[in-house]
Ligand binder design. Structure first.
Ligand code: FEO
Length: 431
């Protein structure tokens, strides 16, 4: 092997040279140990890495992914330690988010003969991200396509939404190395670079999955169908350790993480409805109870009622992901829904709620905006709102509680296949 030798004492922060981890296959990425927040929503307790790779074949060199733009010097120094720009035949971008495409325009200026390979869905992003460089030549590829470097072959796997619509994986057939892009990555910066040498990164791996991949579980499962049959000697993601020791256990772990842990608790013939509420004087609580009773009258619906005053919101996310219908109740205070309801609604970006049934309700004093605001948020989460919400002015009467019962029953009937929709029920308007 050439390049920097891999040993227990490896420290890639001490130099700017490529690191060879299989015959003719090099890490040429960059370390970002001081990063503490990624994409705003993730904390990165010890930074991250931007992994880029170089593959040498008998008929040219391939560069797979680049780095964030302000880490370009480190990337180019490592690349130049092992290859000449004129030998670069292939550039693969598995994902065009700026942390991987930042050095692309300059790389293509230095290697103008190279052909860029991206997914079909990456083309619009290429134009949007690389203003002024949108005329870069490229070829789109998908599952079944490959490119030859002579004695080396790069196969492409169409794996969208891991983590953007454009993402793909690239497989080096002869070595059994999967250049996976964001998938199987984590924000964990360690100068020892390899999973058998770095510190304990299990938390980072799962945290990354929960925030980056979890909303796209279905797409993870689709990708695993392509990845699991491959002979895998190593997985080389774009962030965090290179998975060279027992790489398949990470594939297995992804399948476990993407498989529902709760589904066996509810009968497969039952639909799960969860009603969350907050109540300042007990009025919205009474509405919630009446709605729950109404919904519970429908066969095949399992109803759960949770007062958000009684707990933190994070533990509810698993339940919400598995639920078929979600109802949120909030009083209107100062023209708004109350904070615990917003806290819960704002924590749901990590799960896919598309198509789940939603409804809102609440008691109010004089303006009652909360119900419509919650509905807007649910629509923003791509939920289906079959029935406009129920509002009650101050203390619900017996008649209004009967209407809440009917409201719950109606939503539950929609859930089990009896459709129905209507406008806002507001007893103040009927008075
Ligand atoms: Fe590492 Fe989605 O970029």
């Amino acid at each position: 092997m050439r390049g920097i030798a891999v040993s227990r004492s490896i420290d890639v922060s001490a130099h700017r040279q490529a690191v060879e981890f299989a015959d003719g296959v090099y890490w040429i990425g960059a370390l970002d140990p001081t990063l503490r927040s990624f994409d705003i929503i993730l904390t990165t307790a010890n930074g991250t890495t931007y992994n880029s790779y170089l593959v040498k074949g008998s008929d040219g060199v391939a560069v797979i992914d680049t780095v964030k733009e302000n880490f370009s010097d480190e990337f180019f120094a490592r690349l130049e330690s092992e290859a000449r720009y004129e030998d670069i035949k292939v550039i693969v971008l598995n994902h065009l988010e700026p942390d991987h495409s930042g050095a692309l325009p300059e790389l293509m200026r230095r290697a103008p003969q190279a052909q860029l390979y991206i997914s079909q869905r990456a083309t619009s992003m290429l134009k949007a991200l690389l203003h002024g460089d949108e005329n870069l030549p490229y070829t789109t590829v998908t599952t079944g396509d490959s490119v030859s470097l002579g004695d080396r072959t790069l196969q492409f796997l169409h794996t969208p939404f891991l983590h953007w619509p454009d993402t793909q994986c690239t497989y080096l057939e002869e070595e059994g190395i999967l250049f996976s892009g964001d998938v199987f990555g984590c924000h964990y910066c360690d100068k020892r670079l390899f999973n058998d040498l770095v510190g304990d990164f299990r938390f980072s791996f799962d945290y990354y999955y929960a925030h980056i991949m979890r909303p796209f579980k279905k797409h993870v499962m689709d990708a695993l169908k392509l990845i699991e049959p491959l002979k895998l000697s190593q997985i080389a993601p774009t962030h965090g350790p290179i998975l060279r020791e027992r790489p398949r256990r990470y594939v297995t772990h992804y399948r476990e993480l993407s498989t529902s842990s709760l589904s066996q608790g509810i009968g497969s013939d039952e639909q799960s409805m969860i009603i969350f509420y907050m109540s300042s004087y007990g009025n919205t609580a009474r509405m919630a109870e009446a709605i729950a009773e109404g919904a519970g009258d429908v066969d095949g619906v399992r109803v759960s009622l949770y007062d958000l005053e009684g707990g933190e919101t994070d533990p509810f996310v698993d339940l919400i992901e598995e639920a078929d219908a979600l109802l949120f109740g909030s009083p209107t205070i100062n023209g708004d829904a109350v904070k615990p309801v917003w806290d819960l609604l704002s924590s749901l970006a990590v799960v896919n709620l598309k198509g789940k049934l939603g409804a809102a309700f609440g008691s109010y004093g004089w303006s009652g905006e909360a119900v419509r605001m919650i509905e807007d948020r649910m629509r923003g989460l791509k939920m289906h709102i079959p029935r406009s919400g129920m509002r009650v002015k101050l203390i619900p009467t017996a008649e209004e509680l009967e209407a809440c019962h009917a409201f719950g029953l109606e939503i539950a009937e929609v859930l089990v296949g009896k459709s129905g929709s209507g406008g806002v029920i507001d007893f103040a308007d009927l008075a």
